[in-house]
Design a binder for this molecule. Structure first.
Ligand code: CDP
Ligand code: CDP
Length: 230
């Protein structure tokens, strides 16, 4: 069967990566979490003291160091799980902390960062057979993707889902902090100048506020079947 590109965009914490990962596994496609790449750049900036006290970023320093930031997705030999690597180190856990979450959106507004991430993402999708989730996949990275989904859910529900997940992982973070972070990122992601978060005209809209993980998985599989049998 002819391979396609599946672009899944939407708001923070609404279940994009869960559904993208599930589908990719079932249909034998590669799954790429584009948000992990922006998170890895952010982690690098935090590790290298590139944030000023007021939260602004030392742009020139980052620009000069972009060539030293190598991000890849590999199987962790110890856990046998796919993971995000930053300069040869598994950072899958570190990039999911609230500290990274609260610094990532300003990094993702920078044109030179986006340009480099998009270039790498497009190279990953060259052979098709890929499911990628993020904010600008259907609008900027793969505007000709054969299947585009835009996911949303109420901010309250998204914050509850993320809170439960981080609690289970043992992260000490309050519900209010998570809700605020989600609302802040939604605002910055939608209002930035370059490739803001928006639904592509030809994307299918999914509000999964009242859907279980199994239900959303089934819905996505149905859309995939339609897209590949048209
Ligand atoms: O998991 P969650 O939905 O909370 O976020 P993420 O997908 O890990 O993305 C983290 C941040 O990276 C987002 O809030 C955006 O600021 C940025 N991002 C982006 O600008 N473009 C993408 N394609 C993916 C993420
Ligand atoms: O990738 P994104 O930030 O959009 O979200 P995610 O990491 O896939 O999902 C955020 C959390 O919501 C995870 O803990 C999922 O298990 C959970 N979730 C849920 O409870 N019900 C859904 N219908 C979708 C996701």
């Amino acid at each position: 069967m002819k391979k396609i590109i599946i672009a899944i965009d939407g708001f923070s914490s609404c279940g994009k990566s869960t559904m993208a990962k599930d589908l990719a596994k079932e249909i034998g496609y590669i799954y790429i979490d584009s948000g992990a790449m922006y998170r890895a750049v952010t982690l690098y900036c935090l590790q290298h003291g590139m944030f000023n006290a007021d939260g602004s970023i030392q742009e020139e320093t980052l620009k000069q160091q972009m060539k030293d930031i190598h991000i890849s997705f590999q199987l962790d030999p110890a856990s046998q799980r796919p993971a995000t690597y930053l300069n040869g180190k598994n950072v899958e856990e570190e990039i999911r902390t609230i500290e990274v979450s609260s610094h990532v959106s300003p990094i993702a507004t920078l044109g030179f960062v986006r340009e480099e991430m998009v270039r790498q993402q497009q190279a990953m999708g060259k052979e098709k057979g890929i499911v990628m989730d993020g904010r600008d996949i259907g609008t900027a990275v793969f505007p000709h993707a054969e299947l585009k989904i835009f996911v949303t859910a109420s901010a309250q529900i998204r914050a509850e889902r993320r809170y439960k997940e981080l609690k289970e992982k043992g992260q000490d973070v309050s519900f209010e902090e998570i809700l605020k972070n989600i609302e802040d990122r939604d605002r910055i992601d939608q209002s930035r100048e370059i490739s803001p978060l928006r639904k592509a005209d030809d994307a299918l809209l999914l509000d999964n506020s009242h859907m279980s993980i199994a239900e959303q998985k089934e819905w996505l599989k149905e859309q995939f079947n339609k897209a590949t049998h048209e």
